[in-house]
Design a binder for this molecule. Structure first.
Ligand code: ZN
Length: 136
């Protein structure tokens, strides 16, 4: 983990997309997004098993790990860099305030919803190994 003062805190945040990488076409400039702070290295045993918050390369940006607000700039910075896989579009009609309150919970819940959901007419069952299941 970098020493204090080498990154800006804030691991729960939402905001607007103001720039994007050359290969990113999932989001447009101006899209409103909530973020998930953790981006595992995607190469260690834990990441491969889906346990990216316990990445064995935690804090090692050269190996692909990012934890915005913990090891790299987070939500209190004017700009934060996020991998596209850690962004979730905020649906129209929902204000930022809801996501400012607990974006970590919402981002994990949205990730869980997108990746492992059984749906019925009026209820949703989220199957997840992340914090998202604790929301329900
Ligand atoms: Zn990893």
């Amino acid at each position: 983990m970098p020493p204090y003062g080498e990154f800006i805190f804030g691991h729960e945040y939402a905001g607007d997309v103001v720039a994007r990488g050359k290969t990113v076409d999932e989001f447009q400039i101006g899209d409103r997004v909530v973020v998930e702070a953790h981006m595992g290295c995607r190469r260690c045993e834990n990441c491969i098993r889906g346990l990216y918050t316990a990445c064995l390369n935690y804090g090692n940006a050269k190996r692909g790990h990012r934890a915005n607000g913990f090891t790299t700039n987070g939500g209190l910075a004017e700009y934060a860099l996020n991998h596209v896989n850690t962004l979730y579009r905020i649906p129209d009609g929902i204000g930022y305030m809801l996501f400012y309150a607990t974006p970590l919970i919402f981002s994990l819940l949205m990730k869980s919803y997108e990746t492992s959901v059984w749906r019925t007419r009026s209820s949703v069952c989220v199957l997840s190994r992340t914090l998202g299941r604790k929301v329900l």
